[in-house]
Design a protein around this ligand. Structure first.
Ligand code: C2E
Ligand code: MG
Ligand code: MG
Length: 684
């Protein structure tokens, strides 16, 4: 062999990527190429003739054992090449897999192995690659998105399990076919052209596509297509990711249904009413048709709820809704808009008379006694009706006017129906104006207090006064609290007004004290809403501190009817007030149907007999007995008693003989402006 050839061979060996080494029969390394030195961490400078390196140094012990005891002896015995995987260990101690080829070199007689060449290929990269591939396969198979891979000519090459789940096709049924097999007839040619144009231009496309399953059913999918290009820019694969939207859409539809329907009755809800009403109004406008909107209130549901419980009441409402549905039929829209309120939109009728008939029918249907689980109730429904276009040109007006008509029907004592009457809005507007004016009055100087003295019947001595609010309306003049207090209660303004009354009373007491008067006890009327606020007692107490006044200067009056309306919150606050030492009077007693046992629970100090009984006492035996009973009752419960509205001497005498000792009324004093009261108190 020429030197040249030898050099060339040497160069080839050194240029190789694999580890190439020769070992002697005593397993010493006699040659190793450059790649091998790199792989095993042997410095290039190391001279193998001087440093003895042994095969043992480059394998973990078990691999070496295998090599030494089996592989080497086998190669030596058979004189044949051996191939397999074996672990190597470099001089840094890193162990890694390698593919090994052992080639024996024999003597000329070929009966003896003289030395051995080993060729090792580092398998680390390949192992990593394989692990990655396995991972990718697992992702491919386990993802819930369907995946379809085609070649550059759109022939399906690979699909995953989710693809089969979604489309119903097994891989072998679609491999080699084009995705056309999945197409439904939902899209036209232009759709697919736009899709392919996008892919050609930007390499991907995504959007919703209707496809067909193997069983023929059509479903909606979210499809995203990406293409994979080779180094030359040619498309090698298209990868389609398919997300089945049918379930999502079903859920959306369900949510949509829930948003528009009432769960209890299955009817539409207020949301649906708004949409349908708007739509109906638009349509009626364009076609010059009429509409009737009926609001139906079942009546007294709150009481039934409290008496029979929510579950029973739910059954009742559902029962009544079925009756309504049956009477109304499917053509007209019926929705439940509140706990016990339904709305009915009638789009197709000839005469207003038909609507009258319908309202009457509904009323009769709903009035019939209902028996559920052995319990029976009879409801007293009310109905309010408004028509398009006469009662309103848009949905909102129509609805609020039907509501006004319904309120009117309820006020008429239920069991009634009312058509909307334009006077109603006028009334409502008046009330609204009044409310506005009242707001201004609270801020300005429109409000004042009058004081009506209360006397001992026996000697007519003044022992206290009641503070009564007055409102000087800029246009309407002096307004009675009987008119504006209910309005204030309804609008919530009573809270501010009530607070003003308390503070103003304190300020008046301070003024009287400064004038050197003996202070009378002042009774203040407290609305039940004021007691909703549990901080009321503390607030009141802090005022007393501020003005340096005592509890004895006050009595708090709360009406019996008010208390019956809001017993729960009020009772707690009342008890707190009583605990602090406030005197509490039950006003207008006899009008609110409170029972004896209830009365005993209340933290009271005084009963005030309602004026109406005192007035009728002379002419009506029943009123007389009521007054007598109340006098006895107060006596038994050890409560103070005041007769309100005493206007005649005879009434005073009668009361005195019954045992009532205190009174308030025009016979003695009318409510007086502060100046006059001060004059009166000074004169005593
Ligand atoms: P009330 O608390 O029962 O007050 C007694 C009402 O009877 C007063 O009417 C008084 O003027 C009237 N009155 C007294 N003696 C006689 C009489 O001999 N004959 C007649 N016909 N009437 C008599 P007023 O001042 O119109 O107050 C009406 C109601 O307004 C009060 O009834 C009370 O419930 C409420 N009210 C008055 N001021 C306030 C207040 O500051 N806050 C609250 N929440 N309500 C108040
Ligand atoms: Mg009062
Ligand atoms: Mg009263």
């Amino acid at each position: 062999m020429s030197v040249e050839t030898l050099n060339r061979q040497q160069a080839i060996l050194e240029a190789a990527n694999e580890l190439i080494a020769t070992v002697s029969m005593d397993q010493r390394l006699t040659y190793i190429n450059l790649a091998g030195r790199r792989m095993l961490g042997i410095p290039v400078s190391l001279n193998l003739d001087l440093e003895r390196l042994h095969v043992r140094d480059f394998h973990p012990s078990d691999s070496y054992q295998l090599l030494n005891e089996q592989i080497f002896p086998q190669v030596v015995a058979s004189c044949e090449t051996w191939e397999g995987e074996l672990e190597l260990r470099n001089l840094k101690g890193e162990v890694f897999p390698a593919h090994l080829t052992l080639v024996p070199h024999t003597s000329e007689a070929k009966d003896e192995v003289l030395w051995i060449t080993g060729i090792f290929r580092d398998l680390r990269r390949r192992k990593e690659f394989e692990a990655q591939r396995r991972l990718a396969m697992r992702v491919f198979e386990s993802t819930i998105e369907g995946i379809m891979v085609t070649d550059g000519r759109a022939r399906i090459q690979q699909v995953n399990a989710a693809f089969t789940d979604i489309t119903g096709y097994q891989p072998e049924e679609v491999l080699g076919l084009t995705p056309k097999v999945l197409q439904s007839k939902h899209h036209d040619k232009a759709f697919y052209k736009a899709m392919w144009d996008s892919i050609a231009e930007v390499d991907h496309w995504k959007g919703e596509v209707w496809n067909r399953r193997k069983d023929g059913s059509v479903y909606l999918q979210w499809l995203s297509i990406n293409c994979v290009r080779n180094e030359l820019g040619e498309i090698e694969n298209y990868i389609s990711i398919i997300h089945d939207l049918s379930e999502l859409r079903a859920k959306e539809a369900q949510i949509q249904h829930l948003a528009h329907h009432d769960v209890l009755t299955g009817l539409g809800n207020r949301h649906q009413l708004n949409e349908r009403l708007n739509h109906a109004v638009r349509q009626a406008k364009s076609q010059q048709e009429e509409l009737a909107l009926l609001l139906v209130d079942l009546g007294h549901i709150q009481i039934i709820n409290e008496t029979f419980g929510h579950n029973w009441c739910d059954k009742l409402i559902s029962e009544q809704s079925k009756k309504l549905r049956k009477r109304v039929g499917d053509a007209d829209m019926l929705v439940r808009v509140g706990a016990d309120e339904f709305a009915l939109l009638v789009e197709d009728y000839d005469l207003v008379h038909d609507i009258t008939q319908l309202a009457n029918d509904i009323k009769n249907t709903l009035q019939k006694p209902v028996v559920i689980e052995g319990k029976q109730v009879a409801l007293s429904p009310s109905i309010g009706v408004a028509f398009f276009p006469v009662d309103g040109l848009d949905a909102d007006t129509l609805l609020s006017n039907a509501q006004a008509a319904l309120s009117e029907a309820k006020n008429a004592g239920r069991d009634a129906f009312r058509f909307f009457d334009h006077k109603m809005t006028e009334e409502a507007r008046n009330l609204l104006n009044l409310e506005q004016a009242l707001r201004t009055a609270i801020e300005g100087k429109g409000l004042s207090l009058h004081f009506q003295p209360k006397v001992q019947l026996i000697d007519q001595q003044i022992y206290g006064v009641e503070a009564l609010i007055r409102w000087q309306h800029p246009e309407l003049g002096s307004l009675s609290p009987a008119v504006f207090i209910p309005l204030a209660e309804e609008s919530g303004l009573i809270i501010e007004i009530g607070a003003w009354v308390v503070e103003e009373t304190c300020r008046a007491l301070v003024r009287w004290r400064d004038a050197g008067l003996v202070l009378p006890r002042v009774a203040i009327n407290i609305a039940v809403q004021q007691l909703d606020n549990a901080a009321f007692p503390d607030w009141f107490e802090s005022l007393l501190k501020h003005y340096n006044l005592g509890l004895d200067n006050f009595e708090l009056e709360i009406t019996e009817t008010g208390l019956m309306q809001n017993e729960l919150c009020a009772l707690d606050t009342l008890s707190m007030l009583k605990q602090k030492g406030f005197r509490i009077a039950l006003d207008d007693f006899g009008t609110g149907y409170s029972s004896l046992s209830y009365l005993r629970k209340l933290p009271l100090s005084t009963l005030k007999i309602d004026r109406s009984f005192i007035q009728d006492m002379g002419s009506d035996d029943a009123s007389l007995s009521i007054v007598k009973t109340i006098v006895q009752l107060a006596h038994n419960l050890k409560l103070d008693l005041v007769a309100e509205g005493v206007e005649e001497e005879a009434q005073a005498l009668q009361l005195l003989t019954m045992g009532c000792q205190q009174a308030q009324g025009f016979l003695y004093y009318k409510p007086l402006p502060e100046k006059e009261l001060v004059k009166l108190l000074k004169s005593l």
